[in-house]
Write a protein that binds this ligand. Structure first.
Ligand code: GDP
Ligand code: MG
Length: 430
């Protein structure tokens, strides 16, 4: 079971709760802790977060008409947004940006991405290579700068990073955005810190970006505190969000340095840089993709759908109402999300994929039925009808029969669900 599924199941359980008491929240928090820890969020931070969520959840009564699950999801979301920020809007003005982070975190690539980002938006940019520890660093940034069509400055064989910074500033006097790439190490040592402090002094940056790769683990918080105490970090850039890492380290880093996330790197190419958007990031961190928009989608979809709850409740499910439901589902997005949102996170993936295919076919078949047939499944037992429908919809007779059999199964489930309190509430029957 993946983590998102664990968390979705916990959320589903919450849906069944009538009140949010300490036991309910604690139980939910356990799944949240698991999800956050496996996304590499620092242990202490996870505990602090879940404590805050518990306090907040218990402090006030759930507003009437609000699903406990939505209520808690919201609290979790808000607490996480507090740490990473509500979204970053880069200022289009003159600035100097100092890039720092561990070796391999993506500093050099991101330096070039940023230069291109600002240049594409009408500012002039310059790139300085102050990485004096790795011989290949000069050529790497020079090449990237050429690709981005941004002027480059570096001094091969020069060992004093602050000297390069000084000359670079001089060379780029007339540039709007000057970006300084620095050395990295596999871990933070005093030599690197001293070098960084010197560059910081000479370069006098407006922004000091800590570059953290999405797969950085538990060390991220400690790292951020060290960089912060050396030069005062002003923001985090998370790279490699296109990979398997969940960015939990970046959350720890942002929290530790008390700064927000500015940009997200989503690939090796120069264009693969996005201003930070918390929705996507938090969804990824929790394993519940697009957490916020899902909540929105499901509410709008229900509102906009042609389903008349009264009619559904009083009548039996027939092909007509079934068809309307399929239509409504389509507007909610992929079936997988719909099940997830309904708290049925444990529907097997194959079933969902097959389901999507089948639903398409079903709609075509139902489209070939007469009005009377749609309203009364029993008519299909009369000779000739199935053959006609199969012909009309371009499928085989066994497909039509298969659908009728499944429809009947579904009708049974539907009738059970109709009497289920939570389902009623979700579709506003109750
Ligand atoms: P530095 O040592 O911190 O300067 O890191 P580099 O900029 O040299 O990047 C290290 C490796 O990570 C390179 O192979 C980059 O292409 C790659 N990289 C950087 N950012 C991203 C990203 O957002 N996504 C992916 N997939 N790779 C990235
Ligand atoms: Mg580098």
């Amino acid at each position: 079971m993946d983590l998102g599924e664990g968390l979705r199941q916990a959320l589903a359980k919450l849906s069944k709760a009538t009140i949010i008491d300490s036991k309910t929240v604690k139980e939910f928090n356990k799944s949240l802790q698991k999800a956050l820890l496996s996304s590499d969020v620092e242990v202490q931070l996870v505990l602090k977060l879940t404590d805050e969520i518990e306090a907040k959840a218990l402090k006030s009564n759930i507003p009437s008409g609000v699903d406990p699950r939505d209520y808690i999801t919201n609290i979790v979301y808000e607490e996480l947004v507090k740490l990473v920020g509500e979204g970053y809007v880069p200022k289009m003005e003159k600035k100097r940006i100092l890039m720092m982070g561990l070796y391999g975190s993506g500093k050099t690539t991101t330096s070039a991405k940023l230069a291109k980002f600002y240049q594409d938006r009408g500012l002039s940019a310059g790139l300085i290579c102050c990485d004096v520890s790795r011989p290949a660093a000069f050529t790497q940034l020079e090449t990237l700068a050429r690709q981005a069509n941004v002027p480059f400055f570096g001094m091969k064989d020069e060992k004093s990073a602050d000297k390069i910074a000084k000359e670079g500033l001089n060379k780029f006097k007339d540039k709007d955005v000057i970006i300084c790439d620095t050395s990295g190490r596999s871990s933070l040592d005093s030599e690197l810190i001293e070098e960084l402090k010197r560059v910081n002094k000479v370069f006098n940056p407006d922004e000091k970006a800590l570059v953290i790769s999405a797969d950085t683990g538990q060390i991220a918080g400690k790292l951020a505190r060290e960089f912060d105490s050396a030069v005062k970090v002003s923001g985090v850039i998370v790279t490699k969000m296109d990979g398997s890492g969940k960015g939990g380290g970046a959350l720890s880093a942002a929290s530790a340095a008390n700064v927000k996330v500015m940009f997200i790197g989503v690939g090796e190419k120069l264009g693969n840089l996005e201003s930070f958007n918390p929705n996507k990031f938090i969804g990824n961190l929790l394993g519940v993709p697009d957490i916020e928009s899902l909540v929105k989608n499901i509410t709008t979809a229900i509102k906009e759908s042609k389903i008349d709850p009264k009619k559904l409740e009083s009548e039996e499910l027939n092909f007509e109402t079934f068809y309307d439901q399929l239509e409504a589902m389509k507007s909610m997005g992929p079936l997988k999300n719909v099940f997830g949102m309904m708290g049925a996170g444990n529907v097997p993936k194959e079933a969902i994929e097959q389901g999507e295919e089948k639903l398409k076919k079903y709609k075509i078949i139902i489209g070939s039925m007469s009005k009377a047939e749609r309203r009364n499944e029993r008519l299909l037992h009369e000779p000739g009808r199935v053959t006609r429908i199969a012909k009309g919809s371009g499928v085989e007779e066994k497909d039509v029969r298969g659908m009728v059999a499944e429809f009947n199964k579904m009708r049974k489930t539907f009738n059970t669900l109709k009497n289920d309190r939570n389902f009623k509430k979700k579709f506003k029957f109750g």
